[in-house]
Every structure is written in C-alpha cells, then in structure tokens.
Design a protein around this ligand. Structure first.
Ligand code: FAD
Length: 380
C-alpha cells in the first residue's frame, strides 16, 4: 500500500487549496474527489463569489480574509485566468442592521479603509440601487469578485505541479485513524497516510459521523438578470453588494461580467443530504428574487436568463469548522462554509498545510474548533 504524508478528501474550494499548499511545502499528497474537477454538485461552482474585508460577521475574520487576499493575488500572478477582480462593495440596509452596523464596527475597530454613505449619497453615486430613505451603506473599497472555478483549477494545477497525486471519480467510503497513521478506503482500494484532511463540504456530517456535528445542508439558488442599461451594471461602475432588509438572509449581487447581474436572494431549503437536496427551479424560487430586482435594481430586466443551485453547509453559529478532530489529532476537519467561506479557501489551505506539518499558526482559530459543539453546558 502506498503511504503519503497527507490524504486530502474532497477537492473543492478548500481541498484544492490544501492539496496545493501541502504539496508546495514538500509533503507527499494524495487527493481524492468523488466527482470531476470543478463540478456543480457541491458549494464552489456558479462562476463568481464575493470577496469583502469589512467583515460584519466579526473582526476575528479580518486577519484571515486579508491573508486570503494576499494568497489570491499570489495565485493570480502565476496563472492567466482571472482569480480576483476588485470592484468595491456596498453593505446596504438600516444603519444599525447586522450587515451595515457589523461591517462598520469591524472597519472602525481595525481601521480599515471604508466610507459610510447616506441614502442621498447612494442615489447620487450608485443610482443602480433604489434605496429607501432610512437606508445607508458601508463602502468596502477592497471588496470584489472571485472566480471559483478558476481558483480551484489553478490550485489543482499548482498541486499537481508540486507532485500531488489526485484521483477524480473516487469517493472515500470510510476512514480509520491510529495514533501514527490513517487509512482511507474507496471502491478502488485502501490508502495510508500520516494525516487526513477532510474538506468534504456538504458531505462533512456523514464523513465525521462520530462527531455529531450539528451542520445542516441548505440548497440555495442564484439567478442572472440581463441589464436594461449595460453602462451601469458592469464591474467598472457597479460594486458587489449585500442588502440587509431584516429578513432571514441578505440579498447579494455581483455586477455583469458578460452574463448578466447575478443575484442571490433568500430561497434556502434545508436538505437532509446533498443527494436529496431539491434542485428543482421554478416559480416559487424565482418570484421573490424577481420582485426584489424589480423594486431595488432599476437597471435590470426582472426576468432571469439563468439559475443555478448550490449547497450551503451551515453551523448553528454561522462560523466555520476548522481544526483537528477532538479524538483524532491526525485528522483535520474543514467546513469553511455557512454560506460565506469561499473567499477564505486560499488561507484555509495554507493554515491546514501548516497544521498538518506541525508548523505554528498565527491566527486565533478557537472560534472554529470542531469540538466546540461537544462541550458540556456550564454548570448552573
Ligand atoms: C449560492 C452560494 C453563494 C455563495 N456565495 C459566496 C460568496 O459570495 N462569497 C463567499 O466567500 N462564499 C460564498 N459561498 C460559500 C462558499 O461557496 C463555500 O463556503 C465554499 O465553496 C465551500 O467550499 P468547500 O471546499 O467546503 O466545499 P466544496 O467546494 O463543495 O468541496 C467539497 C468537495 O468534497 C467532495 N467530497 C465530499 N465527500 C467526498 C467523499 N466521500 N469522497 C471524495 N470526495 C468527497 C465533494 O464532491 C466536493 O467536491 C456561497 C455558497 C453558495 C452555495
């Protein structure tokens, strides 16, 4: 049986990056992916993702997201396809809403470059957004658009160039861990390594069943709308946006990069497993998004030209799961999702590689500890 330094299971956003950083640092790596490269059954497809730094979810994310940007730029310097395009970003909503207030608190606490715009400022500077009188925005000049399929295939290319062995169409059916090694089984056979990295996205609950992680899978749809006034909706004039109307999740959007403006509005539907997720697109999904576009984005034709389903893997606290398995220190569990993880996948790969190689890590990752859901309730 071949033996590796590390086996990475799942070569989506986080796994491709982890394989690239591990192999780049000199580790022998086997990557196993159940589907093909950049497939559309998981969480990392759909052409674009938002990158932003004034993180309303908490200032603790900022060092990670800033390092992620440095790594995306490094990746960009090695490939000819677009990786990250800066457009600036607007968090729109009531000034004290979680999205606008949270982003403002983070930007202020960490002295990030930002601006607060009133409804009048927005109408003058960004007439693409039909804001209400009581709305304002936080401007994040560093925000932009990531191209996930390009990011993944570029990290896959880097991993292979550094000697990683990657098997596509090979699903891991089980794994076991001993103190000094792990064994992974697939229909093709068994593989052994010193460390195991589980970057299995929406399949994570079933891959670490013994942890009883309270992760839930949620199907989402994103839609593309054509421009009525193309000069106003391209990346030179329209920033990425998150719009908080006090509903369960924000509506967000990405400017027209040649295929229309992409809009994701609340349309989540829980799924027991990725396989049973309802991926049927119909009126029930489309109607609320069209209504949002009609009311708030006057430069768009409110009829979608395309729609794609995708999966969130949500933790109850909406943070990530990132760290060693509490009972198997040579197994690293990664679910950097809760609907906002793609922008971090570069730094997540770097952190995982350092972890596996026993190197120090500069970030406080305790909020992401996979064991945090197992802690006993404090005594009353
Ligand atoms: C609609 C939508 C919009 C989003 N927008 C944003 C955004 O704007 N900005 C942002 O930062 N984030 C965003 N996210 C979140 C982000 O896309 C995810 O956090 C990220 O893609 C998760 O990457 P991952 O590597 O965990 O999962 P994936 O990329 O899905 O990778 C998991 C991989 O593991 C493989 N796998 C699973 N089980 C096995 C097995 N047993 N054997 C072998 N392979 C296996 C799967 O096939 C898959 O390829 C969005 C997500 C969605 C769905």
């Amino acid at each position: 049986m071949n033996e590796y330094d590390a086996i990475v299971v799942g070569l989506g956003g986080a796994g491709a990056s982890a394989a690239a950083f591990l192999a780049g640092a000199g580790s022998t790596v086997l990557g196993l992916e159940q589907f093909g490269p950049t497939h559309s059954r998981g969480s990392s497809h759909g052409r674009t993702r938002i990158y932003r730094t004034a993180y309303y979810e908490g200032a603790a994310y900022v060092p990670l997201v800033q390092r992620a940007q440095v790594l995306w730029r490094q990746l960009q310097s090695n490939v000819d396809v677009p990786i990250l395009r800066r457009t600036g970003g607007l968090m729109i909503g009531a000034p004290d809403s979680p999205t606008v207030g949270g982003a403002r608190r983070t930007a202020t606490a960490l002295h990030l470059d930002h601006a607060v715009l009133t409804a009048d400022d927005l109408r003058k500077q960004y007439p693409q957004f039909a804001v209400r009188d009581d709305e304002s925005a936080l401007w994040d000049p560093d925000a932009g658009v990531l191209f996930p399929e390009n990011c993944i295939s570029s990290y896959v290319g880097a991993a292979v160039a550094s000697g990683a062995e990657l098997h596509y169409g090979e699903a891991v059916t089980s794994w076991t861990s001993e103190p000094a090694s792990v064994t992974v089984r697939t229909a093709e056979g068994a593989y052994r390594a010193r460390s195991l990295v589980l970057t299995t996205g929406a399949w994570t609950p079933q891959m670490v069943g013994d942890l009883s992680l309270p992760l839930t899978v949620e199907r989402q749809f994103v839609l593309w709308f054509p421009s009525a006034h193309p000069g106003f909706t391209g990346p030179e004039t329209m920033p990425v946006f998150l719009w908080d109307r006090g509903t369960e999740a924000q509506t967000y959007g990405i400017p027209d990069l040649g295929d229309g403006v992409k809009v994701g509005a609340w349309n989540g539907r829980p799924a027991r497993t990725p396989e049973t997720a309802d991926r049927t697109f119909g009126e029930e999904v489309a109607r609320p998004v069209r209504a949002f576009v009609r009311e708030n984005l006057p430069d768009l034709v409110p009829h979608e030209t395309a729609a794609v389903s995708c999966l969130y893997t949500n933790a109850p606290d909406r943070h990530f799961v990132l760290g060693p398995h509490p009972r198997h220190p040579n197994v690293t569990v990664v679910s950097a999702c809760s609907g906002h993880g793609f922008k971090f996948t570069s730094v997540v790969g770097e952190v995982v590689a350092r972890w596996v190689r026993g190197e120090p890590i500069d970030y406080d990752l305790r909020p992401f500890d996979p064991g945090r859901f197992e802690r006993p309730a404090p005594a009353r």
